[in-house]
Write a protein that binds this ligand. Structure first.
Ligand SMILES: Cc1ncc(COP(=O)(O)O)c(C=O)c1O
Length: 453
């Protein structure tokens, strides 16, 4: 147990307050100009968020100068770590040549070609600035192509924050309906009623129930969208059978299948669709494809993407001041060029080892945890039951998750408050060991506390 933890009786929040006076001071100013003192709900945590000053490789430094291992990499985006020399150089060179024009640019064509070459479903691609926009446009394309209004999505999946995406990502279990026939629930105040009416919610990893619901709704269903590996919702991989059933049924019924690979492109050069050998009609991408800058994309079958061709009449307009922004394209191209198949393999091997070591640590303390993992991502769920869908994820102990998160912040590790982590290429054996030791220490500190509650 650390001295700080001993003197504060294992109260991680008290330790955090002691160690972060700089963040606290900024937060006191920040709450006067931003709700909660931050501009991103996902970076807020109680009692106040950490304010980061800089990052390099797999390390970040907060405004108090405290160094931590970054085990999240901006929610999986920073696969090459921070300030990667090739990306810094690409951004520097492009910035000196201008950062935005009311014109197409040659760099966007190179990045588009690279993505189409790697990701099996991509005949053509369009860029935008966030995963939210990517899923919004993919859904619109599906409605336009099929002439049908509804979108089916998985309970507990995450597709960003536009109106159609803010349905049943984290419904309260009391209102969510039966596990095999979930009810569409709003994720946010202000989610419009039409979004609920036009959304069909499906149970992840339950092929029989999904097939039945899809068949019932088929006449009105434009698309089924899902993350082949649920990312932010707990790193929950689909079974092969599940994806195969979805592919077969949607194909038969003329419904488009959309894979949201905003996160899962980090598991293989061609994304999860390459690993599973299941090719969707449309794919959404984000995070790693911008090398840390705000870049996302959607793409897929040529006959669907063709609806965006301005030479057609009518066509779907996709404006966007920053679409294909040369700075983001340059950073993305540099990052994706670095990510060769060998790099993916080495990172995934590292990910598998980390998951094994995590399981060993919790077993050695006799604390029931599910280590869900896929490639270089993992999530920890405090439950003794396998986590295979939203309901099993939601049943896990969230109080322990928060204690672990804040404990790790106090022990020099930044992870997601929901105990999700993602490795980056600069992480060496020593970094990994430091992380595992920190988990070991935090569990040792918290165990008595957890047992006493
Ligand atoms: C699978 C998935 N889709 C879409 C999004 C939304 O992306 P953005 O945060 O860039 O809007 C995310 C973000 O985490 C995501 O994980």
């Amino acid at each position: 147990m650390t001295d700080a933890a001993r003197t504060t009786g294992g109260d991680q929040e008290a330790v955090y307050r002691q160690a972060t006076p700089g963040s606290r001071a900024i937060h006191e100013q920040a709450v006067k100009v931003m709700p909660g003192g931050t501009t991103r709900t996902t970076t807020y945590f109680d009692p106040y968020p950490l304010y980061i000053d800089r990052g390099e490789g797999c390390r970040v430094w907060d405004v108090d100068g405290t160094e931590r291992i970054d085990m999240l990499g901006n929610y999986t985006a920073m696969i090459l770590g921070h300030a990667h020399p090739k990306i810094v150089e690409a951004v520097r060179a492009q910035a000196a040549r201008g950062t935005g024009f009311a014109a197409a640019n040659p760099v966007e064509v190179k990045l588009a070609a690279l993505l189409c070459e790697r990701v099996p479903s991509l005949d053509a691609v369009r860029f935008c600035n966030s995963g939210t926009e990517a899923t919004m446009f993919a859904m619109r394309l599906a409605r336009a192509f099929t002439g049908r209004p509804k979108i089916a999505r998985m309970e507990g999946g995450y597709h960003g924050t536009h109106d159609h995406a803010e349905v049943s990502t984290h419904p309260g279990l009391a209102e969510a309906g039966p596990p095999d026939a979930p009810i569409a629930r709003p994720d946010s105040m202000g989610t419009p009623g039409w979004a609920l009416e036009q959304t069909v919610v499906l149970p992840f990893n339950n092929p029989a129930a999904c097939e039945a619901i899809i068949r019932k709704e088929a006449a009105n269903l434009a698309a089924v969208i899902l993350e082949p590996i649920i990312g932010a919702g707990g790193v929950i991989p689909a079974t092969v059978e599940f994806l195969e059933v979805l592919r077969r049924v949607t194909q038969e019924l003329g419904i488009l299948l959309i894979f949201d690979e905003v996160i899962s492109l980090r598991v293989a050069p061609g994304g999860a669709q390459q690993l599973y050998g299941v090719t969707p009609d449309l794919t959404t991408l984000g995070k790693i494809i911008g090398g840390g800058l705000p870049v996302a994309a959607f793409g897929g079958r040529a006959d669907v993407m063709e609806l965006l061709d301005p030479r057609r009449d009518p066509s779907i307009a996709q404006g966007g001041t920053y679409n294909g922004n040369p700075l983001g394209m340059a950073a993305g191209l540099a990052a994706m060029t670095e990510l060769t198949p060998d790099v993916y393999e080495a990172l995934n091997r590292k990910g598998a080892r980390v998951s094994e070591q995590l399981a060993e640590v919790f077993a050695s303390h006799d604390v029931a945890v599910q280590v869900n993992s896929a490639g270089s991502m993992f999530a920890l769920h405090f439950t003794d039951q396998p986590v295979v869908d939203y309901r099993s994820m939601a049943a896990a102990d969230k109080k322990k998750t928060r204690d672990l998160f804040l404990g790790l912040v106090n022990h020099g590790v930044l992870m997601a408050p929901r105990a999700m982590g993602a490795l980056s290429t600069p992480m060496g054996e020593d970094d990994v060991q430091e992380f595992i030791d920190a988990v070991d220490d935090v569990v040792a500190e918290q165990k008595m506390h957890w047992a006493a509650v």
